[in-house]
Design a protein around this ligand. Sequence first.
Ligand code: LLP
Length: 418
Amino acid sequence: MDYFNYRGSDLYAEDVAVSEIAKAMGTPCYVYSKATLLRHFHAYADALTDIPHLVCFGMKANSNLAILEVLAEAGAGFDIVSVGELERVLAAGGDPAKVVFSGVGKQRHEMQRALEVGIHCFNVESLAELDQLNAVALDLGTVAPVSLRINPDVDPKTHPYISTGLNGSKFGIAHKDTLMAYRHAASLPGLNPIGIDCHIGSQLTDIAPLLEALDKLMELVASLKADGIALHHIDLGGGLGVPYQEETPPHPSEYMAAVKAKIADTGLTLVLEPGRSIAANAGIFVTEAILTKTNQDHHFVVVDGAMNDLIRPSLYGAWQNIIPVSTAPHDGQVEASFDVVGPVCESGDFLGKARTLRVGAGDLLAVRSAGAYGFVMASNYNTRPRAPEILVDGDQMHVIRERETLESLWALEHRVNR
Ligand code: LLP
């Protein structure tokens, strides 16, 4: 459930008309709902009050400072993948002690900074990384808390680009190497193995693979204990899907109930890294129709938002719902099955294909489920300034990122003849 609903013929974000936001901020723009964001975070946190847990928002999904601030105030930790994300957490007032650091290629300076600010745990993905982190920790005269990301070889049944837990993926340590890797970690004086983790993929619409991965991790925790290595937490990563189209992913509380039934008696802390399921349906991308055109019976509506703003449709063939900001009919509209395309010079530049819409020049359209992996994946391709981001809270709208200026796009560039 979210807080983007029609009142009469007008789409609202909470208590603010989306058309008013577009009028004030111009298009394209991203609009987020604070109540939706919090609702989705609490769907996890409230289901876990009776077991030790840490919900770390997978902030690669949406890393705007205001979004992080809202979640940090609600008690969230953060799953980071770069020192840049770490600095964002700190800038947003987040608690470094609630940060887990994921990623297959952490650099020395990134490890160093994370150790200095005292993060909760490093999710380590290889033997080489164990050695590198050990060296950095020893140089700083400290001990790094680590969890090993195990590749449980479970098929998440999702898009190949976002499947990460199968053998042959670049991620994690092979399941069969777990004991050896933990023994190695335990032998290094700069490391303290405290947890085990996995992340098998994203946009999972069935919890069976997630629970299968949990079973595998729990077996490993038991064999490690027998080997004298006692762990404190299991981190299941993120991955729960959202309804973009006709998917029916389980509600986080359903997922959590199933996880709790397995983990509750172990006394282990449950760490999670959900990104999409918290942020996706807390955001929309608003764009204005520039014109409609018909090429040999094929209808296009050319909008001012493009693949540089929202790349998921182009990159993954992702389907996101596209709805009118006003359903009131007016003259000049055409009703047809449209490809919704942007102005970028690529045939891959589309936000949606074959969408039945009634639309005319100047009409506003909203692409739904754009709060995760939307703005964060935007680029300046075709010298297009990135869109502003607006956070709605009840009847208030806050500009949480301004539209980029053209000058800023080349501000770091240097001509040779000057
Ligand atoms: N933890 C780790 C280690 C991850 O790699 C990811 C996402 C997450 C947590 C959060 O997963 P989520 O709960 O959001 O599924 N750009 C793609 C999605 C890439 C996901 C990458 N990893 C998309 O737009 O579909």
